[in-house]
Design a protein. Sequence first.
Length: 107
Amino acid sequence: MIASLARIGSSAVGQRNFNCWTAAITKKHRAIYERTYPTTLVLPDGSSIEIEYHEPRKIIILPLNIAELTQEQQKRRLEMRKPKTKVVITEEIEDSFDENRYLNFKK
């Protein structure tokens, strides 16, 4: 009786099954990686190069220094950051479209 309760008690604690799907749920928590990984490095001018990086990453994008741009380029970049304005239709156009004329084309 006690042996059967001990067996039930151990499963009630909740054992975790480690399998091949466990690594897909999270990332590797390593401070130092043993090898280097091919990574795409995107430079601020838009060009890209392939480098070997110490962490497994697919792409690294370097930030753009706005202070190095000309005044015209700075204005253009700031204009691109602004949110788009929503177009509001003020009046509706009267149309003479009659959908019943095209019922014979419908199968």
